[in-house]
Design a protein around this ligand. Sequence first.
Ligand code: SF4
Length: 438
Amino acid sequence: MPTFSILTLGCRANQSDSQRIAELLRQGGYEQVGQEEFADIGIMNSCTVTAEADRKGGQMLRRLQRKCSLVIATGCGTAKKGGLWDHIPEGVVIVPPSERENILRIIEKQQINITVGKRAANDANSDVCASKEDSGSEASADSFVRHRTRALLKVQEGCNHMCTFCIVPMVRGPLKSFEADELLPKIDGLIKEGFKEIVFTGTHLALWGRDPKSKILFRERGCEGRSFADLVEELILKTEGVRFRISSIEPMSFPKKLLDLMKAYPDRLCPHLHLVVQHASDRILKAMHRDYTLEEYEALAAEFLNSVPGACLTTDILLGFPGETEEDMEILEAFLRRVPFYHLHVFPYSRRQGTPAAEMADQVPEPIKKERVRRIIALGEESARQVYDSFRGTERAVLVERSAKRPGYVSGTADNFLSVEFEGDASLIGEIVKVKIP
Ligand code: SF4
């Protein structure tokens, strides 16, 4: 599930606007994460009451750009030019308050065509989604690329799985898969912009090709039964000069051919899976309607880790699902000590009206959820250190993303998702370089 975080400046009214934005995004299938966590979309809801607030807003946007794939400025500071506008860095998408209700539509467009400045300039209908480049800046595509090294490409949307805690299938439209014909021109455009890595995103990637439209399309072409892995293979074969990464994917319907592709095309398909587990207790998995047992998940994770060179695993953990006991937590902790995860996205269960879980008895009290989240985050941090250590001294292809705080150093993301900091200068930003993991 794609994630977002919101930074809010100013008064209570702004805080309530932020709540509305969060609601709109959650309804659209996005998961809110804390401000300190990595998020796909970073939103800054600004205040412009003082010059200091404008300056602080600009500072926050720069901070978000270091962590997020797409950064949005909204709120009072974006209502008119001047003030905050002078502090908004290149590449940030500006959504003025009058367009707040359209934020989801604006984000969806950006994710399909992440080249913010160009999109806004080229889209004749777009008078709402300005970017800094549109505001009269002379910024070129090159300067934009310097800020943005990885592009997101939505290849699928919608889910019909009906996990009992999830509102997505109820608020999201029907399953929709985008075919290679639609995606290739976008990929070409991104390569021309200088992007070296494209991340395939979707609500439930493993369901790619299961929508009625795709079935008709595939039948007409005589290639019925194509899976997400078949799409990935086609995109690898028909493009060059870019590597692909698979964003969050569910173990249900996971096409194992993806593992073969990672082995066959190590420079083109990153050996990283964010394979969502949610929990380790079979009792809880069943109540969540996850359709796999822990044994099945572990077998898939082991196959990935043991067969794909350099493989690295990350996952989501949902804590405090109704009925979760200390015994379930012990099962989960034992699992997390057994399986080497490099990153855990840990989040507490929150009751969503309209979902079966909201009606379940034994809702877990908030303080207990918080304590469990804290425990699992600590375990995740330990696991991340161990995974990183296991790669020290090996060579990985790192996409350089920014200058590090340490003078003379840069940092970036390895093909297998390790965050790496190494000696180098800013001219490497946006390039993929071979690095011995320090
Ligand atoms: S697979 Fe489950 S958690 Fe993921 S979007 Fe579908 S219903 Fe929600």
